[in-house]
Design a protein around this ligand. Structure first.
Ligand code: PEP
Ligand code: MG
Length: 580
């Protein structure tokens, strides 16, 4: 008899999923398991052999580059070790046997063998040899990458929609991999509601629950799960009655979603005639389809740093240009706000993090524009790519994490430098391109005059603004209960930022997660906000709320919110606004 139980976490992406658990460990993250028909086994073995040969060539090329270049000697030793590991039959031959015996795909065979090897190495007493475990994983992952670049034929029977991934932790880079799949939901033991992992999860538009503490220990592979991404509840091995109840809820939600679709082409206007811009936050050019489907009138935040993750090396200027141009053209004349890359903190990029070193406290370290100003060559490459793409659509530049007037000056000077270099080469770009700044550090709100004087537009990143105002790490579930958008200090900073920008007639948006929370739409409207940017999946429900709101009627309650000294009182006032 299966034991039924429930787990509670933080629901970070709404909806209900019902399916089977698949436990995920890091090395096997991208690897699915499928059965290979008998007639295709030979081809599957050949696919594995080719991948190994390609990695052999890769290592040879590295070796050659090393002998001709100025590379430290220890790098050579490291390459030799990798070469030996790759050519050892335990890695290059055993997986072939597994493919044949288990009739499974090559990726699966390789990851299985990798876990066996890693386990063996963990038993070794000699510390030096034990450490070689990471070399094995690195070599294995090189082969895995080759295999994943040339996937075999997936049989149609794999129903990803009914697979619920259960992991201890996922990085934003891991989650972005899921965009290629259609998993039903996912759960993690750790994470905070506005961590980048949660944000990307929302962008996948599947239910997700983080901070479940020990889901990965308690749940077994293939167990039946119900995930309620709104309530943050996971039911493991539900009985029939519970299952029926959730199936009903699931179909009701689907019905509501269908109804909302009718609002797609309708302009977002309040009852008393205020026009509201509803823009989308995207991570990759592929997100455009969802953006247009949900009727966004612009991209308010393109988190360009995601172009830098999950790949070898850095994207070249041309690659970046193509990505930005695709978005600019895809949005057909609507504004596209490209945020210059915001790496560091929880979004790591190997190699780049080497440059930026791992800071003792990454959230307060060399992140975002600070990193760009410290590495101007990388920054100029990106700026040139954005400027070149600005010839093909309405592109705007948005700079993250600005804290001071001098950072604005340095950024504007680098933009000018990038423009000048394009001029010299005779490359077309929009000389009048608008440059905006993100307001996500309290200092930027308190001394906002430099921002309104020097920038064309502003966008409040509430995720970071809350983190820095309350000194609560947004990715740390241990302090997730202290992370509060309705803290009086947060609400007052928001009110001040919006009022200052409106008075100076500098357009201001909110692009943090608060903008996509229907329960907060009226509060933000009441504070004077007219431009919201959010994950595309929330656009239509926020539009529905805008259409039924009257800004003038919110005034009294908003005045009381501004004077209020407790989150609870503010929450009650917000509820009253929503009941109007
Ligand atoms: C924010 O901080 O609110 C924001 C929109 O940027 P990110 O979430 O990418 O840090
Ligand atoms: Mg931010």
């Amino acid at each position: 008899m299966m034991v039924s139980f429930a787990l509670h976490g933080v629901g970070v992406s709404g909806g209900i999923a019902i399916g089977r658990a698949q436990l995920v460990s890091h090395a096997t993250l991208e690897v699915s398991h499928y059965t290979i028909p008998a007639t295709k086994i030979e081809a599957e073995v050949a696919r594995f052999t080719t991948a190994v040969e390609e990695v052999q060539q890769e290592l040879e090329a590295l070796h050659e580059a090393m002998t001709s270049g100025d590379v430290p000697g220890e790098f050579g030793a490291f390459l030799d070790v990798h070469w030996m590991i790759l050519n050892d039959p335990t890695l290059s031959e055993v997986p072939k046997k597994i493919i044949i015996e288990q009739r499974c795909n090559a990726e699966w065979a390789l990851t299985q063998q990798l876990s066996v090897l890693v386990e063996q190495f963990e038993q070794i007493e000699d510390a030096y040899l034990r450490e070689r475990k990471s070399d094995i994983v690195q070599v294995g992952e090189r082969v895995l990458k080759r295999l994943l670049g040339k996937p075999g034929t997936l049989p149609a029977a794999v129903a990803e929609e009914q697979t619920i991934l259960v992991a201890h932790d996922l990085s934003p880079a891991d989650v972005i991999q899921f965009k290629k799949h259609h998993y039903g939901a996912f759960l993690t033991d750790v994470g905070g509601a506005t961590s980048h992992t949660a944000i990307v999860a929302r962008s996948l538009n599947v239910p997700a629950v983080v901070a479940t503490h020990n889901a990965r220990q308690l749940i077994r592979d293939s167990e039946m799960l119900i995930v309620d991404g709104h309530a943050g509840v996971v039911v493991v091995n539900p009985d029939r009655a519970v299952l029926a109840e959730y199936r009903l809820k699931q179909s009701q939600l689907e019905l509501e979603r269908q109804k909302l679709k009718r609002l797609r082409g309708k302009p977002a206007e309040t009852i008393d005639g205020h026009h509201i811009e509803l823009h989308a936050n995207i991570e990759l050019p592929d997100d455009l389809a969802q953006t247009l489907e949900n009727g966004a009138t612009g991209v308010g935040l393109f988190r360009s740093e995601f172009l830098f993750l999950n790949r070898d090396g850095l994207p070249t200027e041309d690659e970046q240009f193509e990505a930005y141009r695709a978005v600019a053209e895809g949005m057909e004349g609507h504004p596209v706000t490209i945020r210059t890359f915001d790496l560091g903190a929880d979004k790591h990029k190997e190699g780049l993090d080497g440059l930026a070193r791992v800071a003792p406290n990454p959230a307060l370290g060399l992140r975002a524009v600070r990193f760009c100003l410290a590495e101007p060559r990388l920054f100029i490459t990106q700026l040139r790519a954005i400027l070149r793409a600005s010839h093909y659509g309405r592109i705007r530049i948005l700079v993250p994490m600005l804290a001071s007037s001098s950072e604005i000056d340095q950024t504007l000077a680098l933009i000018e430098q990038a423009k000048e270099s394009l001029r010299e080469q005779g490359m077309p770009f929009n000389n009048e391109i608008e440059v905006g700044g993100m307001i996500e550090i309290p200092a930027a709100v308190i001394a906002m005059d430099a921002f309104t004087a020097k920038l064309d537009f502003l966008s409040i990143g509430t995720n970071d603004l809350i983190q820095y105002t309350l000194a609560v790490d947004r990715a740390d579930e241990a302090v997730a209960h202290l992370y509060d958008p309705l803290h009086p200090a947060v609400v007052r900073l928001l009110a001040q930022a919006i009022a200052t920008a409106n008075k100076a007639k500098v357009p201001i948006a909110v692009c943090g997660e608060m903008a996509g929370e229907v329960a907060l739409t009226r509060l933000l409207l009441g504070l004077g906000l007219r431009n919201f940017s959010m994950h595309p999946a929330h656009l239509l429900s926020v539009k529905q709320r805008v259409l039924t709101s009257e800004v003038a009627a919110l005034k009294l309650l908003v005045d009381r919110v501004r004077r209020s000294d407790s989150p609870d009182k503010i929450a009650t006032l917000v509820e009253k606004m929503n009941a109007l």
